[in-house]
Design a protein around this ligand. Structure first.
Ligand code: HEC
Length: 146
């Protein structure tokens, strides 16, 4: 049992240090393990701050996240929310106001049962819950007000 723990500890130390210290002087082992443990912490810090930076540069309004989560912006831009996207589908900035005139039903009804080809097949493959439709509608109301 004890030897299992020892093997685990050694294995962990080897993994941490990249195996280098076993070739070195055993007296300096502790120091090197400590050193590599510090390195690891530093690397993590850097990774975290990189994450934060990229989050900041791609900050989108919390209300708009649903559009990214549901894949809408892989076909639509929403300029009103500063969301870039291809022009596969129309820019949705004013969809909240336009859908009724264009498609004869409210945005909620349209998203629930789209009457156009691409959206009908997208929604058939990726059904939206009522909550998601609600969240999307709120995001697009916000977009139309920007
Ligand atoms: C595969 C590409 C694609 C994806 C993904 C997609 N759409 Fe569309 N969307 C289109 C296209 C193309 C149209 C134009 C009408 C059609 O052909 O269905 C459209 C039309 C619309 C319209 C009507 C806009 C107008 O002015 O007529 C709305 C609203 C809409 N999409 C919302 C969404 C939302 C919300 C999502 C995410 C849940 C989404 N779309 C995902 C391609 C896409």
């Amino acid at each position: 049992m004890k030897s299992n723990i020892l093997i685990f500890v050694i294995g962990f130390a080897v993994a941490l240090s990249g195996g280098y210290f076993i070739f070195g002087d055993s007296a300096s082992t502790n120091e090197q393990v400590q050193q590599s443990a510090t390195d690891e912490v530093e690397v993590q810090d850097e990774a975290e701050s990189a994450d934060e930076a990229s989050e900041e540069s791609t900050t989108i309004a919390a209300e708009a996240r649903i559009l990214a989560q549901k894949g809408c912006i892989s076909c639509h831009a929403v300029e009103g929310l500063d969301l870039d996207g291809p022009s596969t589908g129309p820019d949705l900035s004013n969809a909240y106001n336009e859908v009724k005139a264009k498609h004869g039903k409210s945005l909620e009804e349209y998203l629930n049962e789209p009457t156009t080809a691409v959206m009908a097949s997208f929604v058939a493959d990726n059904p939206l819950t009522d909550e998601e439709i609600q969240a999307i509608t709120e995001a697009l109301i916000l977009a139309s007000e920007e």
